[in-house]
Design a protein around this ligand. Structure first.
Ligand code: GAF
Length: 370
């Protein structure tokens, strides 16, 4: 087993053991299951997952761990060592902005589908920094659903779990997200990226060229999808779709693209990002398969510029960091995730990783390396 994979397996085993003891200390008995689900970084393909486009996420070495035991009652007892708080709430869901909303929504969904009866004791803990574009929410929902499956509540596959997690986020938690994050954290495998067609949900494993890594760093600028700016971009895309009569703007043909460019500001630029970003994902996969890291880096840079100028979802601090990331040796660099802050991802030769991280930390002490 490669050194990195062995280290990450050891890390997961450690998290499972820790979570078992936390559960036992909290509830006085052992959990029936412990599930660990990693976060994800998106290498390229931003905001294309709700417009029929392609995306290329990969797992990060941070994860969400959920332990669970069913109970006879009709309440959920949810404990978080991070918040050092126990929350008891009915299975019937009412969103109240509490950290326990996500876990509660997962069980409410299963209960509303008549799959889950009774109550549950749950503990959850994560080292995925929340609100940084690494899909801690999707990891939490998928971990809860996998835990429920492990105790026999249902036996659907991982793809169904991803679709359910998206539905819970859309319908119970009011976040109008696409399907990338849930598919990535439910299906991707460590060490490979997941090339996902968000229209057909077909997936393909893609391995980065030998000797290169994707370094992920948190800029220190916090973001939240439910702040509304993500929803505004979705609404603008809906407007573009209607004006062009094109249900999947990522896939528009040349003639439609010409019409899109003539739409009013800013819908014309929003549509341009959709179409060019989708094409960049396809080109990036092609570059990876050919081992052309120079081209891959160039596409990542171009993607950042498109997010900055056309889709307008970056942040001045991130714009500066990706420029400096390249200056310090990255072959390409871009913000990753929903936007307006959070993390960026940089392509680097493996042997430059340590010196690059040091140079970036020296210049931006607020950066956290993931
Ligand atoms: C967030 C959403 F949850 C995803 O569905 C996706 O749209 C992403 O932002 C942007 O690519 O993570």
């Amino acid at each position: 087993m490669p050194e990195q994979a062995a280290a990450s397996l050891k890390d997961i085993q450690g998290k499972i053991c820790r979570q078992m003891s936390i559960f036992e200390e909290t509830f006085g008995y052992a959990p029936k299951t412990v599930q660990t689900v990693p976060g994800r970084v998106n290498i390229i393909g931003e905001h294309t997952d709700y417009n029929g486009g392609a995306v290329l996420p990969a797992l990060v070495d941070r994860s969400m761990t959920v332990s669970l035991a069913p109970t006879d009652g009709d309440t959920l007892r949810i404990y978080s060592p991070g918040f050092d708080e126990m929350k008891e709430r009915p299975v019937v869901f009412a969103r109240d902005g509490h950290w326990s909303d996500y876990a509660a929504a997962a069980f409410a969904f299963l209960s509303d589908k008549s799959l889950f009866r009774g109550g549950a004791d749950i503990t959850l803990e994560s080292d995925i920094p929340a609100g940084t574009g690494l899909s801690s929410s999707a990891a939490l929902l998928v971990a809860c659903l996998k835990a429920a499956r492990a105790i026999g509540v249902f036996d659907e596959d991982d793809k169904t779990i991803a679709l359910w997690a998206q539905k819970i986020e859309n319908d119970y938690l009011g976040v109008p997200c696409g399907i990338m994050d849930q598919m990535a954290v439910a299906l991707a495998e460590p060490g490979t990226a997941l090339f996902l067609n968000t229209l057909t949900l077909e997936t393909e494993k893609v391995t980065l060229p030998e000797g290169h890594v994707m370094a992920v760093a948190h800029s220190g600028v916090q973001r939240r999808l439910d702040e509304g700016r993500y929803a505004v971009r979705r609404a603008e895309c809906e407007e573009g779709k209607n004006l062009l009569d094109e249900p999947n703007p990522c896939l528009m043909d040349d003639a439609t693209f010409e019409r899109a460019l003539k739409l009013d500001e800013p819908i014309n630029r929003r549509m341009r990002h959709q179409c060019t970003e989708h094409k960049r994902v396809l080109a990036a996969v092609d570059a990876i398969l050919k081992g052309d890291v120079g081209e891959l880096g160039r596409l990542m840079d171009e993607s950042h510029i498109s997010m900055r100028d056309d889709f307008e979802i970056t942040h001045p601090v991130l714009d500066e960091m990706v420029i400096r990331a390249r200056h310090h040796g990255a072959l390409g660099s871009r913000m990753t995730g929903g936007g307006f802050g959070g993390c960026f991802v940089s392509l680097l030769p493996e042997d430059k990783l340590a010196s690059w991280q040091e140079a970036m930390k020296d210049e931006f002490p607020q950066i956290t390396m993931i």
